[in-house]
Design a protein around this ligand. Sequence first.
Ligand code: MSP
Length: 650
Amino acid sequence: MPDPNGRFYVTTPIYYVNDQPHIGHAYTTILADVLARYHRLLGVPTHFLTGTDEHGQKVQQAANKRGVSPQEHVDTYVTRFTDLWAHLGITNDDFIRTTEPRHTEIVQKVLVELYARDEIYRAEYDGWYCVTCERFYTEKDLADGMCPEPGCHKPVEKITETNYFFRMSKYQDWLIQYIEEHPQFIQPDFRRNETLGFLRQPLTDLCISRPKTRMSWGIELPFDNDFVTYVWFDALLNYVSAIGYGADDARFEQWWPASMHLIGKDILTTHTVYWPTMLHAMGLAMPETIFAHGWWLVGRDKMSKSAGNVVDPMALAETYGIDAFRYFLMAEMVLGQDASFTLEGFVRRYNADLANDLGNLLSRVVRMTVSHFDAKIPPPGALATEEKHLQEITLAAVAGMRDAVVRMRVDQGLAGLAGAIREANRYLELRQPWSLAKQGPEARVLMGTTLYCAAETLRMVSGMLYPVMPEKMTSLRTVLGCADGEPDYTRLRHWGELAPGTPLQSMGPLFPRIQTEKPAGGESKPKTKSGATSGKKPSVQPEGTISYDTFSTLDLRVGCIEKAAPVEGADKLLCLQVRVGEETRQIVAGIAKSYAPSDLIGKQVIVVANLAPARIRGVESQGMLLAADAGDQLRLVTVESGAESGAKVR
Ligand code: MSP
């Protein structure tokens, strides 16, 4: 949400550079991207920061194992994140790496200041250390003598050493009061209560150093070169070093305090206890909101390398499309709660919301506008109750999406937009514009109004979906002739901005339906091109054959020829009007040498219904008929009686 200063500074956690990026990392970054794009659409100055956490024991160990220096190691591995973000269409304004001098210098500057003010002191420490979490625990923190961190639970080592400590304990009362007085500071509410619960125990001081004898890959303490900085103390400072803290005051003033730190629920304590007390000691204002989202589970299980169920975002986006992947993540997770990923769930939502509802609405509007209004947006007549109802639902969905962003309920906003699309499809079924074509001038005006209203819903909804599906919605808006630049909320919240007469552009299907394999007697399974979860192998196809999946991408339908006429200047072509279910398609077929137009009326034929529209000799053709060679003639493939027009051919 824009903070009181009317600008939006959003951050993701900086990811451990060693980790293989997975759907959890992709989720936080896509969420930040979606929020940033919505704020830009709303005209709010926006700054979006992400990056990588590059110090610590695990990096040092991994570099040793590869026989390279830690710096070489992180320079190689960081590209897995930068490449993924580029691939997923992430519009971060900055990418910070904790090994960059602009960060390390500021960390040292903060350390010097805090040490000079006695906020940091040296002491002997005796504690239990977990190598995996890189954290010390007291005896009573331990869970059955093991690391207490949920999901870790590994053996800990007893360590006595000299270290440096940040006087975090003295800020306990201040922090409790701040959290209680600022309900928006930690969100959702139940996470605020979790932090307050944690703060019921006495807060200890924070060990912020590691002796080099044990771990040297870190930022050296400027006042004692035998030590490096604890990774969390280093990492949290990225949120201020990246925007010029201690280096460029004007820039820092422009963006600090952050509007929204997005984090996963596992890093709540570091962000809602360590970070605010550090900021307070530094004399800086608190971020507006720290928002902790839930976890992506795979089915019901935690995702982990050892379970072999890590979901690879790159493979999913490659197989099903980046925008569909972005949409799924945003629509499926109720912010704050855990969500479950399954390939079946993904395909179900894709087919329902995108291929069926949105894709269908667009293709119906385009097809009828091409056939009956020379491919130009028709002018609307007066709006009756039905049109006003659609208008109201659309306007409410647009405003609802805006509010949902402010309330951090992106899933609800998207559900509202999906509802408006479904309403527009229902409205078309009610008005039946395909049957209005032959009913005289008044009906034609109503047909124009109907198509205009459906197209207007598409314009408004696609603009509000743009932050989630930027590429696909740009394509959709190009088809509608309203893709000039990025969508802008001031135009999206008004009905009637689509100019009558705007020419439509032709384009293939936006969201081709994902077909599911039906193993004999088994449950249907979505096809995967390149195993989206590790461990799955792509299926191998014998040469010269196609899979059932490939075959089933063809949408073959029964059609009934209602009219046929020669195409001027093309002696092989006939222009046919073919009824396919509830709609009438214009199809240009090369059968004039084989059939007289009058022989064709009433014939039940097979139509390839999802063939991209084409212009043949200047005439729009919306599909193709199947025909068999018969010497130098063609014989149409027909069906026996009993199959209705529009029936699927398998
Ligand atoms: N480097 C620290 C963050 C420092 S921020 C100053 C870190 N990195 S991380 O790479 O381990 O995790 C980054 C984020 O990914 C965390 O917010 C974490 O919650 C999130 N996720 C890791 N697995 C996840 C899921 N399965 N689902 C959703 N997000 C999860 O922690």
